[in-house]
Ligand binder design. Structure first.
Ligand SMILES: Cc1ncc(COP(=O)(O)O)c(C=O)c1O
Ligand SMILES: [Zn+2]
Length: 385
């Protein structure tokens, strides 16, 4: 294995073999550090000739040359210019990264493909995770693909089509009268009692590596240049942390020149622990009480990776911003109606944030801005629109 693990908080290091969870010393998430030679920029043309999917970036990923990933063809999603939406909200160079077209209908496919690939190689045959919806669907599908059993804990309030997808892929589903933090406690207890591997956000090191491919893809799709700002709807934060790590690795390896895109974290005003911590200048998030938003993926009251999210935002000179449910629903309707993208409510939050940040002068009208549609609206039953 040509990588090791480094604690994101205390700097402790560890071998990466076997099934790894969080830092043994302080409980913070691990980050993967590659010992291999950084992929040379001369690889760009060979990359262009490869077939699609996120594993085409394997030189940046935790996979040995003789290993095969557990894959359903995730990644290589379109980065779409959004001229009509841009004209409506006042941004002349607006793009949408449309993750709704991934296998399992969301960007969660990337992280779970990477996590389940490594876990399956290490011998895991049983998984458990808490989910706001889309991660559970992805875990169920990739678990099936790996021939493993999957247990999912989801809040009762999760949209029904998402719950139905989990059981359609053969997962055992328990719905919980509580939020994702409550589901997390049940999942950890299940893991201990049943010897299942816990795939919770940032409780294993590889979901971040899968999400890194979001950043690699955006850079490649823009001809190995970086946009001015990326607006990302944030719950547990793996996507934002993954992109931050991707851009650091790309810049360090000389594939792109900086500065890093400003990473903008969007949350609902009904559950905004990252926004509050950012505004108060804190370096970690405190749990949000009575969290509620129609955007189920943003209902994460106390993200384990809060410190890493805040680091990514600050190091990239980005920001964190809350939007109301009314604004995010209007944003989703605009993205679907003007561009034909199947917007989920979280994607609508990114659109609403772009609009607000432009009116506040945080974004410039001609700046290159990428908004994320993280999943498919159809999986929310469209009741939200
Ligand atoms: C559609 C959607 N968008 C955004 C998020 C938040 O993602 P992250 O946990 O990477 O912040 C989720 C998480 O469940 C989601 O399902
Ligand atoms: Zn540590």
């Amino acid at each position: 294995m040509d990588w090791t693990l480094e604690c994101s908080a205390c700097g402790a290091t560890s071998e990466a073999d076997g099934l790894r969870t969080v830092c043994d010393h302080c409980g913070a998430p691990w980050l993967v550090r590659y010992a291999r030679k950084a992929p040379p920029p001369s690889l760009k043309s060979a990359l262009a000739a490869r077939l699609g999917g996120m594993w085409r970036y394997r030189e940046f990923l935790p996979l040995a040359p003789d290993e095969e990933p557990v894959t359903l063809g995730e990644g290589s999603t379109p980065l779409l210019p959004a001229p009509r939406l841009g004209a409506r909200i006042g941004l002349a160079d607006l793009w949408v990264k449309d993750e709704s077209v991934n296998p399992t209908g969301s960007f969660k496919a990337r992280g779970l493909a990477a996590a389940i690939t490594r876990a399956a190689i290490a011998g895991a045959t049983r998984f458990t995770l808490p989910t706001a919806g889309n991660a559970g669907v992805a875990a169920a599908a990739y678990g099936a693909r790996a021939g493993a059993k999957v247990q999912v804990f989801a809040p009762k309030s999760t949209p029904k089509p998402l719950l139905d997808q989990m059981t359609a892929y053969g997962a055992d589903l328990v719905t919980v009268d509580g939020h994702i933090g409550d589901c997390g406690q049940l999942s950890r207890a299940f893991a201990t009692e049943n010897g299942a591997m816990d795939l919770s956000t940032l409780r294993e090191p590889y979901r971040i590596e899968g999400k890194k491919t979001l950043g690699l893809e955006i850079a490649e799709q823009l001809g190995w240049t970086l946009p001015g700002a990326i607006i990302y709807p944030t719950g547990g934060g793996t996507g934002l942390i993954g992109m931050w790590k991707a851009f650091l690795e790309l810049i360090a390896a000389g594939w792109v020149s900086g500065p890093m895109p400003r990473l903008v974290s969007v949350q609902s005003t009904g559950c905004a622990p990252v926004v509050r911590a950012y505004e108060e200048g804190k370096s970690a998030c405190e749990a949000w009480k009575d969290a509620w938003t129609v955007a189920s993926g943003l209902r994460v009251p106390g993200p384990l990776g809060g410190a890493l999210i805040l680091r990514g935002i600050r190091e990239s000179h980005g920001t964190a911003v809350g939007v109301t449910d009314e604004q995010l629903l209007a944003g989703a309707a605009l993205l679907s109606g003007l561009e034909g993208v199947d917007s989920c409510p979280e994607g609508g939050a990114a659109v609403a944030a772009a609009r607000n940040l432009l009116s506040q002068g945080v974004l410039a009208p001609d700046e290159r801005v990428v908004v994320f549609n993280t999943g498919a609206g159809v999986l929310y039953g469209h009741d939200f629109k």
